[in-house]
Design a protein around this ligand. Structure first.
Ligand SMILES: Nc1ncnc2c1ncn2[C@@H]1O[C@H](COP(=O)(O)OP(=O)(O)OP(=O)(O)O)[C@@H](O)[C@H]1O
Length: 200
């Protein structure tokens, strides 16, 4: 079991925050376009500048090599990057069950990356991330390109993963109904501050 803690953590252009996300817990984050949500996720993943401390399972990011931190802290960007030609080349295992739960046939592992649709790409990027079993999920609008059925599948899969693996989730979503469905603990960026979401 892990959990994510931020201690006086500052993403680019944002005031410092203290935040604790328990193992298995999902916290949502919203805010106007350009308010700094993506950059905060990238800062926690150690990909953008930051100050203050972040800890997984009580271990500070400063006490481990950056590669170990990035292995434990899984970032799902809004637009995924694919660096090889074939889908299967991006997976460690052959995640048939995971793909089925995302409504994807195992055949898709043999597809060329260049042919996958934006919704397939989004689900495959999630499968690729979960395949690596991160202890923390930083999710940047993971259902933005999906229809309602696939959105429901993805929400259930992510929340079940969090429960089964004790993973902590920070989930960026612009959809107020989704935020209420998936989390009791909702945050928003207002100006440069992160606070409890109004009317949450
Ligand atoms: N590498 C960078 N250097 C400087 N500024 C940047 C950089 N990347 C993004 N920005 C700016 O930082 C601000 C926050 O960007 P960010 O992508 O975090 O917004 P966001 O809240 O995720 O927006 P959206 O909801 O539109 O995805 C924006 O004004 C953006 O132009």
């Amino acid at each position: 079991m892990s959990g994510l803690e931020l201690k006086q953590f500052e993403g680019p252009g944002l005031a410092p925050i203290d935040l604790s996300i328990e193992p298995g817990e999902c916290v949502t984050l919203t805010g106007l376009s350009g308010s700094g949500k993506t950059r905060l996720l990238r800062a926690i993943a150690d990909l953008d500048p930051h100050q203050g401390d972040a800890l997984v399972a009580g271990h500070s990011m400063f006490a481990m090599p950056a590669t170990d931190w990035r292995r434990q802290v899984g970032l799902l960007p809004a637009e995924s990057h694919w660096w090889r030609d074939q889908v299967s080349e991006h997976f460690i295992t052959t995640p048939i069950q995971l793909l089925a739960e995302l409504g994807l046939d195992a055949d898709c592992l043999g597809w060329q990356v260049s042919r996958i649709s934006s919704g397939e790409r989004q689900r495959l990027a999630l499968a690729r991330l979960l395949d690596r079993k991160p202890a923390v999920l930083l999710l940047d609008e993971p259902t933005a390109n999906l229809d309602p059925d696939n959105t429901a599948h993805v929400e259930q899969l992510i929340l079940r993963y969090a429960k089964e693996h004790g993973a902590a989730i920070l989930w960026v979503s612009h959809d107020p109904l989704q935020r209420k469905r998936i989390s009791q603990h909702r945050l928003q960026i207002v100006g440069n501050r992160i606070a409890a979401e109004a009317n949450a």
